[in-house]
Design a binder for this molecule. Structure first.
Ligand code: ADP
Ligand code: F6P
Length: 327
């Protein structure tokens, strides 16, 4: 028989994402609505180990639905990857009489939850939150839509100056392993090309951009590039163009962590509300060790193993769409 759940713990972990606060609010209020106690765990798995755990009431989550970042703070915690670290976390979980854990984060955070579930038979539910959108089994993750909108707003501004100076811009965005941000923001901002990690080994994406005509019918060009610490990202491609085509005026913009901040879009707030509520409903329904996802606008439950282990494929047709729309 599954043990009765009276009290849930909630934490945010890994890279923050807009919409995490809206999810904390939804989880807390749905839990209280259903008669459960709630404990807020600060600084992700670090707070589980260092015992930074507080009772959460409905007032603790007032006026946060619109705020970026996470009121619970977040951290990367290498100690949690060790057995000793997780044993310490488990001791604090027991001391606080936490019966189940809601983990809001990316694939690393869900890997931690999966281990906790395996080793201590702890019921865990994951809520996918990362601007990278790289979790398998859900159409979208919390924060992705907001980051996309932030990028598009910025690229629109870059286009004004690029046009005025007739320049080629390489704009670097986040997502070292996933090109969702680069490709979709390229389509949304009318960029000329996107260079994404999924195609790195298949072709020289810069050569394709050059072949397709760098300037086309316009007097500026914008290429969205996914960050790539090994290759050098946007800088690397700009340097290549500067060397091969000295007649062009080339600039680089690295958008950086501004992509992770800001007020969540209505879309991110709504999915945070739906996923947060679904996480508690799933627990009360006897579901264990699944990530809440949204597919075709419906809530789905994705086993941790599937969500973490499988790579989320990029829709290659979108690259053709970008190509056709940028002539
Ligand atoms: P994200 O959740 O955004 O992918 P990270 O990969 O940095 O972010 O993971 C966040 C935290 O989750 C790590 O600092 C660590 O505490 C925990 N974690 C990640 N991977 C594992 C793992 N394999 N085993 C245990 N804990 C993990
Ligand atoms: O996973 C989210 C993410 O923003 C990635 O896109 C990026 O590579 C990474 O986190 C940056 O992490 P940090 O905040 O440690 O610089």
């Amino acid at each position: 028989m599954a043990r009765r759940i009276n009290c849930i713990g909630i934490l945010t972990s890994g890279g923050d994402a807009p919409g995490m606060n809206a999810a904390i609010r939804a989880v807390t209020r749905t839990a209280i609505f259903n008669g459960l106690k709630v404990k807020g765990i600060y600084r992700g798995y670090k707070g589980l180990i260092t015992n930074e755990i507080k009772d959460f009431k409905t007032e603790n989550v007032s006026n946060i639905v619109q705020q970026g970042g996470t009121i619970l703070k977040t951290a990367r915690c290498p100690e949690f990857k060790t057995e000793e670290g997780r044993a310490e976390a488990w001791k604090n979980i027991c001391d606080h009489e936490i019966d189940a854990l809601i983990v809001i984060g990316g694939d690393g955070s869900l890997s931690g939850a999966r281990l906790l579930a395996q080793e201590f038979d702890m019921p865990c539910i994951g809520i996918p939150a990362t601007i990278d959108n790289d979790l398998y089994g859900t159409d979208t993750t919390l924060g992705y839509d907001t980051a996309l909108n932030t990028i598009v707003e910025t690229v629109d501004k870059i286009r004004d100056t690029a046009n005025s100076h007739e320049r080629i811009f390489f704009v670097e965005v986040m997502g070292r392993d996933a090109g969702f941000l680069a490709l979709n923001s390229a389509i949304a901002s009318g960029a000329e090309a996107a260079i994404i990690p999924e195609h790195l080994t298949q072709e020289d994406q810069l050569a394709v951009f050059i072949q397709n005509g760098m300037r086309k019918s316009k007097n500026s060009s914008i290429v969205l590039v996914s960050e790539n610490p090994e290759l050098g990202g946007a800088m690397h491609y700009a340097e290549r163009v500067r060397n091969e085509f000295p007649q062009f005026d080339v600039r680089v913009s690295i958008l950086g962590h501004m992509q992770r901040g800001g007020r969540p879009t209505a879309h991110d707030r709504i999915i945070a509300g739906r996923m947060g509520a679904a996480s508690i409903e799933a627990l009360l329904d006897g579901q264990r060790n699944v990530m809440i996802g949204i597919r075709n606008d419906e809530i789905v439950y994705v086993p941790f193993n599937t969500a973490i282990k499988k790579d989320k494929p990029i829709d290659n047709h979108l690259m053709n769409v970008l190509h056709m729309l940028s002539i």
